[in-house]
Design a protein around this ligand. Structure first.
Ligand code: AKG
Length: 298
């Protein structure tokens, strides 16, 4: 697989930086995030995993002793990790927030669509595009290794230029041969990805080592901010959300609106009242001109 291009030299040239992102759909930066703060997030995850009897720490790479990681086990881990607000603190660290503001040209808002990746030996993440199931946010994904990730541990691979195709189901994607790019990653590195870029998490072939990373997402500062909060009222034609800033936001629901259940399944407009999208349920919504583009439970 070919190497990703490093974009550090473009940080001083916003026009070329934007042009590279628009052409390739990704940017790899080396050693730009506060390494101590990133390492501390990884160490905290390892100590939570150790407290659950899933890893034995001590070596340079934590060893996975947890057997198969099921979908429900993974879900429970995300809940445990989320209680610590680790990624939220990381992106609020001034040096880290400053880096993202420099790349985007203005301070950015992160949306609560982050995911910690605990990748045991043999594990991999399927080929996908982030915006297929999360449209309307004008978001960029920042993939952050939480430990040194060499070839054996796998890590992120991207299909260069694939963001230009629009989003589609993985089985409908054009041939990807020749487009894949990856790298060995260090703590402090970050890969930024266009929301429609095809990417994957390569298989962890280390035999016993655990791979840890986190992917966080921020919006284009010019895009309408995501609405996050509990539903006040919802029916087939509209959804009203009590937003975090204290305002109440009314959004129209149309046939084009993607209403999702927490399983990821699509909810038909006529089924809203019988779904999870009921008053009190905390959701995130993207929007355009007063119309909900996507609504899903958090
Ligand atoms: O880390 C991985 O395995 C995959 C990451 C990913 O899919 C993402 O950042 O959206």
């Amino acid at each position: 697989m070919s190497e990703m291009r490093v974009a550090n030299e473009l940080l001083a040239d916003p026009v070329r930086l934007r042009a590279r992102f628009e052409r390739d759909g990704y940017l790899l930066f080396r050693d730009v995030l506060a390494a101590d703060a990133v390492r501390a997030v990884g160490e905290e995850l390892v100590s939570i995993l150790a407290s659950q009897g899933l890893v034995s720490s001590g070596g340079p790479v934590p060893a996975w002793i947890g057997g198969e990681l099921t979908a429900s086990g993974e879900h429970d881990l995300q809940e445990l990790f989320n209680k610590q607000a680790l990624w939220e603190s990381l992106v609020a660290t001034p040096a880290v927030a400053g880096f993202f503001a420099q790349v985007a040209g203005a301070p950015v808002g992160f949306i609560p669509l982050a995911r910690y990746r605990v990748m045991p030996p043999g594990g991999a993440t399927g080929i996908h595009q982030d915006a297929l199931l999360n449209p309307g946010f004008a978001m960029t994904t920042a993939w952050i290794p939480l430990m040194g990730i060499g070839e054996e541990l796998g890590g992120l691979a991207v299909a260069v230029g694939s963001h230009c195709w629009g989003c589609m189901a993985p089985e409908s994607l054009p041939p990807l041969r020749g487009l894949w790019r990856s790298a060995a990653y260090g703590v402090g590195d970050v890969v930024l990805m266009h929301e429609a870029l095809v990417h994957t998490g390569l298989a962890n072939r280390s035999g016993c080592g655990l791979r840890l990373s986190v992917d966080v997402r921020y919006q284009d500062p010019a895009a309408p901010a995501a609405v996050v909060g509990p539903i006040v009222a919802a029916d087939a034609g509209s959804v009203r959300i009590a937003a975090a800033d204290g305002s109440v936001v009314d959004l129209a629901v149309e046939d084009s609106t993607l209403l999702r259940a927490s399983t990821g399944a699509r909810i038909a407009r006529a089924q809203v009242a019988a779904s999870e999208l009921v008053p009190g349920r905390r959701v995130i919504a993207s929007r355009r001109d007063g119309v909900a583009v996507m609504v899903k439970p958090l």
